[in-house]
Design a protein around this ligand. Structure first.
Ligand code: UD1
Length: 370
């Protein structure tokens, strides 16, 4: 029986952990899964709504670290998590993605000699000004099992000198959640009706990267483009708390009001919203993948992506932050028919990744007599 502490911290972690915990629960004779929530995200809409929508069990342990500078937040997670590991003595700690909670928990375990599995390993934007890129590189270096979502992940890890035996290509676990919940989202969410956009053309925008919203000029350039796109079709903008703060700080309230500004949405409402959109504009990582899986055109408002397969196989285009380029690409996408050749879904984005993750943990145990 493998005791596994599954770590969640921030919004993009919940939909990755949910199917893994569910798969472990289905194999109750082999796994004892516990959920540890670091509390990096704590607002009802950034955290609780996801537990509810995804059917995630209440966390077994809540560390309550909250917000802070990178150093403060990372250090707080480490300080709170170490005694939990010492008390629980897990066989594995499973971390996902690239947030501060991911590196903090991995680092605690690597010093205590506890095995770490990293889900979504090997992604690289090659942009070290992104805090997430630092988290990815370091987490991969100290993890024992590297579970990759796409072939580029395997290649990146090997190029960084990581032993091939630690790497397993398992596919994209976020797509498990997407496929598990899509039908339910259709049934229970009334978000399109609430916003009066059901059956109409609309775009969805999300923005929260510090490089986009913490810099007044960049944020302003993005808003210029979005305002023009909004003349063509309504742009719905669920606003992340960081972005909300910047809108007031930079005095952008009047400009933002032209768009359809709403609170951050839960998992099911957001899924129902983007799945009906004509176009998605985002600087998120996960949304690039979700739109690819559903064949929705996506413009990524960044200069790079750690998820190149969404561009080579999927519906994603990297358009940066230049006003004219964004407008041009948006109008191009809008002029293409909805039925345009559907993009391909990348290999192993098939809804069965959580099962392969469980298999990989068991197999590692056999090979290393755990
Ligand atoms: C974090 C992740 C990022 C991920 C994003 C998704 C890191 C380095 N960044 O960024 O990779 O894409 O989550 O949302 O881990 N706040 C609230 N309520 C909350 C959480 C945050 O009001 O529940 C506010 C606080 O003012 C905080 C700010 O948002 O200072 C930023 O939160 P933080 O967790 O530092 O980073 P994110 O920008 O959310």
């Amino acid at each position: 029986m493998l005791k596994v502490l599954n770590i969640v911290g921030a919004r993009p972690n919940f939909m990755k952990i949910a199917p893994i915990v569910e798969a472990m629960r289905r194999r109750a004779r082999r796994f004892q899964p516990l959920v540890v929530h670091t509390g990096q995200h704590y607002d009802a809409q950034m955290s609780d709504a996801f537990f509810r929508d995804l059917g995630l069990p209440e966390p077994d342990v809540y560390l309550g670290v909250g917000s802070g500078s990178h150093a403060v937040q990372t250090a707080k997670v480490m300080i709170e998590f170490e005694p939990v590991v010492l008390e629980q003595k897990p066989d594995w700690v499973l971390v996902v993605g690239d947030v501060n909670s991911t590196i903090a928990c991995a680092l605690v375990c690597s010093k205590l000699g506890i095995k770490v599995a990293h889900v979504e390993a090997g992604l690289r934007s090659r942009d070290r000004t992104m805090p997430e890129e630092i988290n990815r590189i370091l987490t991969d270096q100290i993890s024992d099992l590297l579970l990759t979502p796409s072939g580029d992940g395997d290649e990146n890890l090997k190029a960084e000198g990581i032993d091939e035996h630690k790497i397993r290509f398992v596919g994209n676990v976020m797509i498990d959640s997407l496929f598990n919940q899509l039908k339910r989202a259709e049934e229970v969410s009334k978000i399109r009706e609430k916003l009066s956009v059901d059956g109409k053309d609309y775009a969805v925008l999300t923005l929260h990267r510090p490089s986009n919203v913490d810099d007044k000029e960049t944020f302003s350039r993005l808003l210029d483009a979005i305002e023009n796109i909004n003349e063509r079709l309504p742009v719905i903008f669920p606003v992340h708390p960081r972005t909300h703060g910047r809108i007031s700080e930079f005095g952008f309230e009047e400009r933002a009001k032209k768009l359809m500004l709403i609170e951050p949405l839960g998992y099911l409402d957001f899924m129902r919203l983007y799945s009906g959109a004509r176009l998605v504009l985002t600087d998120s990582g996960g949304i690039q993948e979700e739109t690819t899986a559903l064949g929705i055109p996506c413009l990524t408002l960044r200069e790079n992506t750690e998820r190149p397969i969404t561009v080579t196989m999927g519906t994603n285009k990297i358009v940066g932050t230049d006003t004219e380029k964004i407008e041009r690409e948006a109008f191009n996408a809008l002029s293409e028919s909805r039925e345009k050749t559907p993009a391909q879904i990348p290999p192993l984005w098939d809804g069965k990744t959580a099962e392969r993750i469980c298999d990989a943990l068991l197999e590692y145990g056999k090979q290393n007599s755990l």
